[in-house]
Design a protein around this ligand. Structure first.
Ligand SMILES: *Cc1c(COP(=O)(O)O)cnc(C)c1O
Length: 450
């Protein structure tokens, strides 16, 4: 079997996610036959280093033997069972372990089957909590500019990435949008903490004005990944936690992308030493194997739904594959690896190595910023280094880096003009050096004057 065989059959039958399909008239699809560790291999033996963890899901490499074994054992025991009225061992064990490792106070796990559906469930739960408490006026959500929470209509509505959202505006509820504390635009000489603190004033004011009608504030803690890997200081989360408590508004942290060690701690919230009212997890939870997501919350929120059936205040929300046993088994194997291999500690050396490997790009004339949180590092290409004027999106310069990387055997998939590494944690320092080399060449090619 050759690559072309798959490509022809694919293009005759599939509609790919997040793609203008016409691009594939000149931009070849990449058919993958097998994976091993950080590597993906096509049908003709060409290998690609997966620098983006296949859309941020992979944690410990492709076809990791320890995760494979656990799924295989589960497969021969129980593949799936309805979770309403029924239960199974993997979902119970996973819930017990998640409660132990997440911030104190998150003691209830509600499962869904992907990140967006976790956000949907959370929005409904927050609204419904206030309703059950006799506060039907609370119907709105506060979100940050440049945020992303998924693609389904509710999740899309509380996000703010125009490229994905604007088309569907007539279908969406309207959130209250507060300026993101994203530190890219801070004054020269201003610290990230000072900038994020300064930006909090708008949030405080918005909460003071609207708290009567607001259910929750939803944020991606520390890194807005889809929003160009923009980063902000933990102090913002600390202030937000206090303000939400003060004004009687829930705090939802969407750790779907940043959870499970991406920012250097197991969960990003730890860096601000806060516990949200709802925490959403997905992506890395199964090590990148299977779709699974969880909403974690407090006992007092759970109790607001706990009553006699006739009161009609239960949370009647479900998805067919809720708490799928195979997904839970993959998650348990993933948690085992975190525990047994001292991952968070070892990642410190790897993230330092990533920082050093691309440090020279800070001086590149067309790079406006190199920023990092733990195992996420991003390099932003700009038209003007002084003013940070962006390249027009129509020029698709990030795509040129993508194409160059493919040629060199790496999967780098920039968001707009931002090149980033978010690799599986089994990457080696030598492989990081290779990525840095490819990214540097790619940025040179993509920013060359025409
Ligand atoms: C990916 C992502 C989502 C959506 O998850 P899906 O599983 O793709 O639906 C939500 N929030 C954040 C921060 C994400 O990165």
């Amino acid at each position: 079997m050759k690559n072309n065989n798959i490509i022809t059959r694919d293009l005759a039958t599939l509609w790919h996610p997040c793609s203008q399909m016409k691009d594939h008239e000149w931009l070849p699809l990449v058919p993958i036959k097998r994976g091993e560790g950080v590597w993906l291999e096509d049908f003709e033996g060409k290998r690609y280093l997966d620098a983006i963890s296949s859309w941020w899901v992979n944690m410990f490499g492709h076809c990791n033997p320890r995760i494979n074994d656990r799924i295989k054992a589960q497969l021969d025991t129980l593949e799936h069972v309805i979770l309403a009225g029924f239960s199974h061992e993997p979902v119970v064990e996973l819930s017990e372990r998640l409660i132990k490792i997440t911030p104190a106070g998150l003691t209830r796990c509600f499962y869904t089957d992907n990140g967006s559906s976790a956000i949907e469930a959370t929005l409904k739960m927050s609204f419904h909590y206030w309703l059950n408490l006799g506060q039907p006026r609370k119907t709105k959500f506060i979100t940050l500019s440049n945020s992303y929470h998924g693609e389904t209509l509710g999740a899309l509505a509380v996000g703010d990435v125009k490229l994905f959202k604007d088309t569907y505006a007539p279908l969406l509820m309207t959130p209250i949008t507060v300026t993101s504390p994203d530190c890219y635009f801070r004054e020269t000489g201003e610290s990230e903490a000072d900038y994020s603190t300064r930006l909090f004033a708008e949030m405080e004011q918005t909460l003071a004005q609207h708290h009567d009608e607001v259910c929750a504030v939803i944020v991606e803690p520390l890194v807005q990944c889809v929003g160009s890997m923009r980063m902000y200081d933990p102090v913002y989360l600390k202030l937000l936690r206090k303000a939400c408590d003060h004004y009687g508004v829930h705090l939802i942290t969407d750790e779907i992308a940043v959870g499970f060690g991406r920012t250097g701690t197991l969960f990003a919230c730890e860096q601000a030493d806060i516990t949200p009212d709802f925490m959403c997890l997905s992506k890395g939870i199964t090590g990148g194997y299977l779709p699974l997501a969880v909403v974690m919350t407090h006992d007092h929120i759970y109790q607001a739904f706990y009553d006699n059936y006739e009161k009609m205040n239960a949370f009647l929300h479900s998805h067919s594959y809720t708490g799928n046993p195979l997904g839970c088994a993959a998650a348990l194997a993933t948690l085992d690896i975190f525990e047994q291999d001292n991952v968070i500690e070892n990642n410190r050396a790897l993230s330092q190595h990533m920082g050093n490997a691309v440090a020279h790009l800070k001086d590149h004339p067309q790079v406006g910023d190199v920023r990092q949180r733990g195992m996420i590092i991003a390099m932003e290409m700009v038209k003007d280094k002084q003013t940070k004027e962006a390249y027009p999106w129509q020029e698709r310069r990030g795509l040129r880096v993508y194409q160059h990387a493919l040629k060199r055997g790496a999967l780098l998939r920039p968001v707009g003009n931002v090149i980033y590494f978010m690799p599986p944690y089994v990457i080696t320092p030598e492989q990081i050096d290779f990525l840095a080399e490819v990214a540097t060449e790619g940025i040179d090619i993509a920013t060359r004057a025409e």
